[in-house]
Write a new protein. Structure first.
Length: 163
């Protein structure tokens, strides 16, 4: 099954006003509205013809203000061991004020640590996550290191931070 077939399947269930297929030469992806993300993921996992049983990666992307508006993306890489097909989903988030997205931890348990990494590095909050706290940086670290506008702290606990 290719990405067009998966998109048609999702479009027939969820409509096309909250989904968008972006066909790119190497890694085409389906853009999903954050309000239907959890339902789409459950459908992708449970439907017999899809069976995306593996969440391979969750990552964040920060586009700085050189674009029209600063924005963030959350990218999900999925794989089906039963059907040997893969899929990339993207959710586009707006400005810093609304950096929250539903957690997919109830769909794939492996999302727990992947979402924590994305939260720790980008500050994107995953709603209803069972343990959303820093995983790579210390709990009292200031800022989110993979944001393009991140400024390294001069000192951390009275020790000079060198980069």
């Amino acid at each position: 099954m290719d990405i067009q077939d998966i998109y048609k399947n999702l479009k027939s269930k969820f409509g096309d006003d909250k989904l968008n297929l972006e066909e790119i030469q190497k890694d085409s992806y389906i853009e999903v509205s954050k309000d239907i993300l959890l339902s789409v993921c459950q459908h992708l996992r449970d439907q017999e013809s899809l069976l995306f049983d593996s969440l391979v990666c969750v990552s964040g992307v920060h586009y700085p203000s050189t674009h029209e508006k600063p924005r963030f993306e959350v990218v999900y890489h999925l794989f089906s061991y039963a059907h040997k097909h893969k899929l990339v989903l993207k959710v586009i988030l707006g400005l810093d004020q609304d950096l929250s997205i539903p957690s997919v931890e109830t769909v794939w348990k492996g999302a727990n640590w992947l979402e924590r990494e994305t939260f720790d590095m980008y500050g994107i909050a995953f709603e209803n996550h069972s343990d959303l706290r820093r995983i790579l940086c210390p709990d009292d670290w200031e800022g989110y290191p993979l944001r393009k506008d991140y400024k390294v702290q001069e000192k951390y606990r009275h020790i000079k931070v060198t980069m």
